[in-house]
Design a protein around this ligand. Structure first.
Ligand code: AHR
Length: 608
């Protein structure tokens, strides 16, 4: 293949912000994932009647304590009656606490009560008997809530270890806000799991959108939305909340400050998504939005205000005197959707109220509006209220992405610009991502790049899935306590971001493997076999099937000599070729000049 690049005919400038990442607390992406905390239900707020993920060992008796608590953020604590015989309790972590030989962990907890003897923090087996690592807690337990710290080093590998607190003597002690932290990315206190954060870093993201997704909105109650101010400060002052959209409780240890810190550590600009008074199943009326607007303005002051401001001073007290500088703000997540009940969310009115408040104080803030997210291939901003960027979402099959290579060619250049904030192949194939999905996304990304005078930003979604709690798939990084697996989509994101140019150039491709050389029409009649055989005049890498008929067929087989197998197209990677005429799909096959190939298909419909 020869590619002639015409440097004298420059096209559009490539948006330097084009490729970023979308982080959402979904699939235990944060708690039990990117957030390094290893203990689950660490402050006992996960269940008001029980204490899941804890168990007594050595005859200790556990109960839930609701009186005399540490502070107002804490509603429950764990009371432990130690029997005096190396008794205590364990926490099973997120599907196991990974004990890694040679790794040093920092254990902290709050406690008060009476105890003969001392406490030990341990890494142990389920029964609390084996010792993978342990450390004695030096200070004695008193009647006053006190924070205790101990460091322990493991000498045994066990992916499914338990963390425990064991006493040498008898006693009655109440515990709360227990934590076990391994070393973190960039050694941040209360930071991120290094292997997962490094994978994000390796994507060289220009921006990081957070904290979602639907997670921004919450479900069932406004209390289940993300409220930034409940997620900052010492961890014992964070109440945590129910992530009702994705079915689990979160500690909010990965809070607003940590998100901003992570974006900074990744070299990405933070893109914060705010709630506009809408949650799944309810809303605040448009004329009562001031509380939500204040919340948004306070968040911006926390991130951007100098240390003389109320919230800027709070940020400094939390360890970051310099502003984080949020420049991108999205007003709502997937709001402004068609309303079947005609009870409009009045999104545009909400948008205007937020816009007016934000731009009055931060005139250079880049604002992003919502447009129809599901089922519409050409969502439009339908308001006279101007907006700089709109957030388009596409979850489709690989063929859709390939076919939409030219989608943005025809967009008006008058704006608004596009932030393609969520896109991924999610349809028509297995659930863990594959090469064909990644190819479809790559083609679409090249189309965005060609049009990046209008497509300013884009982010694949979602990023993470803990394989023990899958709510959404595919995701580009799959992990458990110790292992990670990146899908081909991850590597496409990385390849594209790492090789982002600054200008599109006109290109002429001279391709000896031209279509006419390969193309064969197969025109079977109903229930007959159609066969095409051809011999290639050159080696090639991809076999493409493009349907012109009305109905897809089940018996398509590509026979490749010496490959040791036939490709049954329905069961293999072609299964996503849709029934739509003109759909195509690509099978990556290495084949050799002079070899002969046979493609068979059986028609189901006439005139197909
Ligand atoms: O990416 C998963 C979900 O898809 C997001 O939470 C939401 O914005 C979209 O519907």
């Amino acid at each position: 293949v020869t590619i002639d690049v015409n440097v004298n005919k420059p096209g559009v400038e490539v948006s330097p912000m084009l490729y970023g990442i979308f982080f959402e607390e979904i699939n235990h992406a944060g708690d039990g994932g990117l957030y390094a905390e290893l203990l689950r239900n660490r402050s006992l707020e996960g269940d008001k009647n029980r204490f899941p993920h804890y168990a007594g060992v050595g005859g200790a008796v556990l109960s839930l304590e609701k009186k005399g608590l540490l502070n107002n953020a804490q509603k429950c604590a764990l009371r432990v009656r130690f029997s005096g015989n190396a008794s205590g309790f364990t926490n099973e972590g997120f599907w196991g606490v990974p004990s890694v030989k040679g790794r040093t962990y920092t254990a902290t907890f709050w406690a008060k009560g009476k105890l003969d003897g001392k406490l030990k923090v341990v890494l142990t087996d389920k029964k609390g008997e084996a010792r993978y690592g342990e450390a004695e807690v030096e200070e004695k337990i008193t009647g006053k809530w006190t924070k205790y710290t101990a460091k322990l080093t493991s000498h045994v590998n066990d992916n499914k270890a338990y963390f425990g607190i064991i006493a040498s003597g008898k006693g009655d002690v109440v515990f709360d806000v227990m934590s076990l932290m391994p070393p973190t990315f960039k050694n941040r206190e209360n930071g991120c799991r290094p292997d997962l954060a490094q994978l994000l870093y390796n994507l060289k993201p220009k921006f990081m959108r957070f904290p979602g997704g639907c997670y921004v909105e919450g479900q069932g109650s406004p209390d289940n939305a993300f409220h930034w101010e409940r997620t900052i400060g010492p961890i014992e002052q964070r109440p945590g909340h129910l992530n009702a959209n994705w079915g689990y409780n979160v500690h909010d240890g990965l809070g607003f400050h940590e998100f901003l810190q992570l974006a900074e550590d990744l070299g990405a600009k933070p893109l914060y998504v705010v709630n506009v008074g809408l949650w799944h199943g309810g809303k605040t009326p448009v004329d009562s939005l001031q509380g939500w607007i204040d919340e948004c303005m306070n968040a911006l002051e926390y991130a951007n205000g100098d240390v003389t401001t109320k919230y800027g001073a709070m940020r400094a007290a939390n360890g970051h005197p310099a502003p984080f500088n949020i420049e991108y703000l999205e007003i709502g997540n997937e709001n402004n959707q068609p309303d079947p009940n005609a009870q409009s969310d009045r999104y545009y009115e909400r948008f205007k109220k937020f816009k007016d408040a934000v731009l009055a104080k931060y005139p250079h803030m880049h604002l992003i509006g919502n447009v129809v997210a599901w089922g519409d291939d050409n969502p439009k901003w339908e308001s006279s209220e101007s907006v700089e960027l709109v957030d388009e979402h596409y979850y489709r099959n690989p063929a859709w992405f390939a076919e939409n290579f030219r989608k943005y060619d025809s967009y008006t250049r008058k704006g608004p610009k596009v932030y393609c904030g969520e896109y991924a192949v999610t349809q028509g194939f297995g659930k863990m991502g594959n090469l064909n999905a990644a190819l479809g996304e790559a083609v679409f990304m090249m189309g965005m790049e060609n049009n990046s005078d209008i497509v300013h930003m884009a982010s694949y979604a979602p990023i993470f899935v803990n394989e023990n709690d899958v709510h959404w798939q595919p995701d580009m990084i799959r992990f458990n306590g110790t292992q990670v697996m990146c899908t081909p989509s991850y590597y496409v994101q990385q390849l594209m971001a790492k090789n982002l140019g600054n200008r599109v150039l006109s290109v002429v491709q001279n391709d000896p493997y031209s279509h006419s050389m390969m193309q064969k029409m197969v025109t079977p009649q109903t229930s007959q076999l159609g066969v095409a055989t051809w011999s290639t005049q050159a080696s090639f890498r991809n076999f493409a099937l493009s349907t012109m008929r009305e109905q897809n067929e089940e018996k398509e087989i590509l026979r490749i000599p010496n490959s040791g197998r036939d490709w049954k197209l329905k069961e293999d990677v072609f299964s996503q070729v849709s029934d739509k005429p003109g759909c195509s799909s690509i099978l990556p096959v290495m084949s050799v000049q002079g070899t002969s190939y046979t493609f068979t298909t059986k028609a189901r419909k006439e005139n197909g």
